[in-house]
Design a protein around this ligand. Structure first.
Ligand SMILES: [Zn+2]
Length: 419
């Protein structure tokens, strides 16, 4: 496989491709390093990608699995399961016009099997977990990850253990339990759930906690968002990408995806400006960005964007560095702006996003309002999840006309409504 080893992001110490996530020397996070060889036949690699399956495995050369690139002879059993990825990239002309921008695209990851981008990361983590011999999937979740782990485990015929904060949206709880997961609701916020799961992963070393002991592999799945954007733009780069921030992993890995393809010469141009989006009620990264700091001060989350409610984001410092280096930024928006963002996207594109998507739309609106997006820019808005998962956010934002089943009643009511 092209994946060569794990490497500490802080001190560079190398480790074998095992179920480990933290450096024994400095406690830094580990990430996967690839060796694509000294000479890459770019044309052949492009053809291989274009001839691959319409899911994340078309990018197998850039994912940390054994078995090498896809082909007729190596559709490995480890890659079975619920297919994820290859979601639509939609030209959002009416949204662009509304905001006074030239070109806005929506990467609609609500189109994944459990309606969020988490199906990508779980597909990769669970495939690697099976290669390593694990027989159960587990996670600490703010909601979407629980849906994806429970569904993927069901597809693979494995047991799953999903740990969630007790105050989660009902739609996300129902959308996990239905798959037969062992669902554990914890009286605490996500940061506390995550701490508990870190302890549990040491006790249950036969459980693959996708976002803890499998984290280096899990995180790699997010690069496929960048690969798809480039391919769907006709092998071109966007100028700017707007990505919601919870742990910051999605943001850093979308950036890494763009960078990896530029380094290999699969695409030309520059890495886009990377803009992070947070809710004001949980904005440790946006706060640090505004204050010019390199590290985040943890916060106690209080926002309707519960899927982004991580008060102590693991990848916060890396997000700050990348946002500054690429000429992007990190902004925070109020719950009211999030609701407006959901409505604006729905009414200009026909896409109903969850609160996290409302955060991204609201940040795009803010950047446009402040004149921080150049007239000729090509902007990609990453929509990570479906609005049916957070229905409470839109309750009360519109009016339903109530009538009797008669023409008179219809005419009286509508006439009243438009008067
Ligand atoms: Zn280290």
């Amino acid at each position: 496989m092209a994946a060569e080893r794990l490497k500490c992001k802080e001190c560079g110490t190398g480790y074998p491709l095992e179920a480990r996530y933290v450096c024994e020397r400095c406690f830094g996070p580990l990430e996967v390093v690839y060796d694509h060889g000294s000479t890459v036949d770019v044309a052949a690699l492009r053809r291989r990608i274009q001839g691959g399956p319409e899911d994340v495995w078309r990018y197998a050369d850039f994912l940390p699995l054994a078995g090498g690139p896809p082909g007729p002879s190596n559709h490995l059993a480890s890659r079975a399961g619920l297919p994820a990825g290859w979601t639509p990239l939609i030209s959002a002309d009416r949204l662009a016009e509304h905001l006074g921008l030239r070109e806005v695209w929506v990467k609609n990851d609500a189109a994944n099997p459990t309606h969020s981008f988490k199906d990508r990361v779980v597909a990769v983590a669970s495939a690697r977990a099976r290669e390593l011999g694990f027989r159960a999937l587990a996670c600490a979740s703010t909601g979407n990850l629980g849906n994806a782990v429970a569904a993927q485990a069901a597809a693979l015929g494995l047991p799953s253990y999903v740990f969630i904060p007790a105050d989660l949206e009902e739609q996300k709880v129902l959308g996990t339990g239905v798959y037969g997961a062992n669902l554990v609701s914890v009286n605490g916020n996500y940061d506390e759930v995550n701490r508990l799961c870190t302890e549990l992963s040491a006790e249950h070393d036969d459980w693959a906690f996708v976002n803890i002991n499998m984290r280096p592999y899990y995180a790699e799945g997010s690069k496929t968002v960048a690969f798809e954007i480039v391919e769907q733009l006709g092998w071109e780069m966007p100028d700017r990408c707007i990505v919601p921030i919870a742990s910051g992993s999605l943001f850093t890995k979308i950036h890494r995806g763009f960078e990896e393809w530029l380094e290999l010469g699969l695409v030309t141009g520059e890495v886009p400006a990377m803009n992070g989006a947070q809710a004001a009620g949980c904005a440790p990264v946006a706060n640090a960005f505004a204050a010019g700091e390199d590290f985040c001060q943890p916060v106690k989350p209080n926002t309707i964007a519960k899927s982004l409610a991580i008060g102590n984001p693991a990848d916060g410092p890396y997000v700050l560095e990348l946002a500054r280096r690429t000429g992007g930024g990190v902004d925070a928006v109020s719950d009211e702006q999030i609701r407006e963002g959901i409505s604006l996207l729905a009414q200009t594109t026909g896409i109903f996003t969850e609160t996290a998507g409302g955060v991204s739309v609201a940040v795009l609106s803010e950047l446009a309002r402040r004149g921080e997006i150049d007239a000729d820019e090509r902007v990609v808005l990453v929509i990570t999840g479906d609005g049916l998962k957070t229905l409470d956010a839109v309750r009360g934002t519109f009016h339903t006309h109530q009538i009797e089943p008669t023409l008179d009643s219809f005419e009286a009511t509508i006439a009243q409504a438009i008067a």
